[in-house]
Design a protein around this ligand. Structure first.
Ligand SMILES: Cc1cc2nc3c(=O)[nH]c(=O)nc-3n(C[C@H](O)[C@H](O)[C@H](O)COP(=O)(O)OP(=O)(O)OC[C@H]3O[C@@H](n4cnc5c(N)ncnc54)[C@H](O)[C@@H]3O)c2cc1C
Length: 353
C-alpha cells in the first residue's frame, strides 16, 4: 500500500487548487482524474472580477476572496516558474443614461469605491457600438486554467501521484481510520468532481443543478481591443485578433454538446457590440456545477468524517476556490468550522428524505 494524507478525486479547478494548497503545506496528495479534453474548467474564460455587473453590486465576500486568489496565483507561478495570470481592464458597456447614473451613484458607496472607476470610458473605436461608453471595473483578470491544470497534472504524474481513470465507488474501502482504493491508502478522500457529483453515491443527495454554458473563439480582423468587454456577452481578448465570446446559460440541457442555437445567440449578441464579421475558430460547451442557493458545497459526509466534498463552484469558481479551499483545509486539519452558508450540513435533511 502506498500511503498518502489525501486522495482527491477530480482535477479540474477545484481539485487543482485544493491539491496544490495541500502540497504547499507538506501534505502527501494522490489525485484520481479521468482525463477529458473538455470540462467546465478547461472551457471557462478563467476571468474574475469583484462585481455583479447586472446590478452593480459587490460579489459575496469578495474582499476576503481576492487576497487568497492573488496568493494562490503567486505561489503557483513561483513553484512552477511559469505565468498563468493576466491582470485585465474590464469595461462594462452602458446601455442608457440611467445606467450611467446608477454607476455614479453606486461608485460613491464605500464598499464599491475600491472596485469602480468613477470616470467613464468613452467609446473611441469605430468598430464598437457603445453610445453611452463604459464603466471600468478594477481588480479584474484572467487565469489560463487549461495551462494551470495541465502543468499541475504533469507534476503529479512525474511524482507518481496521479491515476488517470474514472473512480470506481464500489472499490473504495472506508473505515474510521483510513480510506483504501486499489493500492493507495489515505487518511481522507475529497471528491472534486464538478457536475459529475450527481453520479457519486455518497453525495448525490446534494442539489447540484448544472448549468450549461457555451462559448465561441472568433477572429475579428482589424479589431484590437485590450480590455475584457462586457455587455450582454463577454468578449475576452486572446491576442492576434482572436477573442473568446460567451457565455450562454441553459438550465435545461444537461449535456456538453455544442448547439447551433447557442452559436447563433452568441453571434447575434456579438453583432450588437462589434460591427466586424467574425471568423469562427472554435465552439465549446461545459456544465457549470451550480447549486440551488448559489453557494458552494463543502464538508464531510454525514456518516463518514473522512469522506469529503469540494464542489458547487458555480459561475465564479476562480474567485472563490482559493478562499474556500483554505477553509476546507482548516476544517480537515484543525477541526475549524466551515461557514454555514457553504457547509453541506445545510442539506442534511435532503439526505434523509
Ligand atoms: C462556458 C463557461 C464559462 C465559464 N467562465 C468562467 C469564468 O470566466 N470564471 C470563473 O470563475 N468560472 C467560469 N466558469 C465556471 C467554472 O468553470 C467552474 O466553476 C469550475 O470550472 C468548476 O470546476 P470543478 O473542478 O468543480 O469541475 P470540473 O471542471 O468539471 O472538473 C472536474 C474534474 O473531475 C473529473 N472527474 C469527475 N468525476 C470523476 C470521477 N468519478 N473519477 C475521475 N475523475 C472525475 C473530470 O474529468 C474533471 O477533470 C465557466 C463555466 C463555463 C461552462
Amino acid at each position: 500500500m502506498k500511503k498518502f494524507d489525501y486522495i482527491i478525486v477530480g482535477q479540474g479547478l477545484a481539485g487543482t487548487v485544493l491539491a496544490f494548497q495541500l502540497t504547499q503545506m507538506g501534505k502527501r496528495v494522490f489525485v484520481i482524474d479521468k482525463f477529458r479534453s473538455s470540462t467546465s474548467s478547461k472551457v471557462a474564460f478563467g476571468a474574475y472580477n469583484p462585481m455583479v455587473l447586472k446590478r452593480f453590486t459587490a460579489c459575496w465576500k469578495v474582499e476576503e476572496q481576492l487576497p487568497p486568489l492573488y496568493q494562490f496565483i503567486k505561489s503557483f507561478e513561483e513553484t512552477f516558474d511559469t505565468g498563468i495570470h493576466t491582470p485585465l481592464q474590464l469595461w462594462r458597456k452602458f446601455h442608457s443614461v440611467q445606467e450611467q447614473n446608477l454607476w455614479l451613484e453606486k461608485s460613491e458607496k464605500p464598499r464599491l469605491r475600491a472596485f469602480m472607476n468613477t470616470t467613464f470610458k468613452s467609446n473611441d473605436s469605430e468598430e464598437i457600438s457603445a453610445d453611452f461608453g463604459f464603466g471600468e471595473v478594477k481588480h479584474s483578470g484572467r487565469v489560463d486554467l487549461k495551462k494551470m491544470i495541465s502543468i499541475f497534472r504533469t507534476h503529479l504524474d512525474a511524482g507518481g501521484s496521479l491515476l488517470n481513470e474514472a473512480f470506481d465507488y464500489s472499490a473504495m474501502e472506508v473505515s474510521e481510520k483510513y480510506i483504501r482504493y486499489q493500492s493507495v491508502e489515505a487518511e481522507k478522500i475529497v471528491f472534486c468532481e464538478g457536475h459529475r457529483l450527481t453520479q457519486n453515491p455518497y453525495f448525490d443527495y446534494l442539489p447540484l443543478m448544472r448549468t450549461k454554458g457555451e462559448l465561441l473563439t472568433v477572429k475579428l480582423k482589424g479589431f484590437q481591443a485590450k480590455q475584457l468587454l462586457k455587455s450582454s456577452i463577454s468578449l475576452l481578448p486572446l491576442g492576434a485578433e482572436e477573442y473568446k465570446l460567451g457565455a450562454t446559460f441553459n438550465w435545461d440541457d444537461k449535456d456538453e454538446v455544442c448547439t447551433e442555437e447557442a452559436k447563433q445567440e452568441l453571434l447575434s449578441k456579438l453583432n450588437d457590440l462589434v460591427n466586424i464579421s467574425p471568423e469562427l475558430i472554435n465552439h465549446e460547451a461545459g456544465l457549470r456545477p451550480t447549486v440551488k442557493d448559489r453557494r458552494a458545497l463543502l464538508g464531510a459526509h454525514p456518516s463518514h468524517d473522512n469522506v469529503l466534498v469540494f464542489n458547487g463552484l458555480g459561475t465564479r469558481g476562480l474567485l472563490i476556490s482559493p478562499y474556500l479551499s483554505l477553509q476546507l483545509i482548516d476544517f480537515m486539519e484543525k477541526g475549524k468550522m466551515i461557514e454555514p452558508e457553504v457547509d453541506i450540513k445545510r442539506y442534511e435533511n435532503e439526505m434523509k428524505c
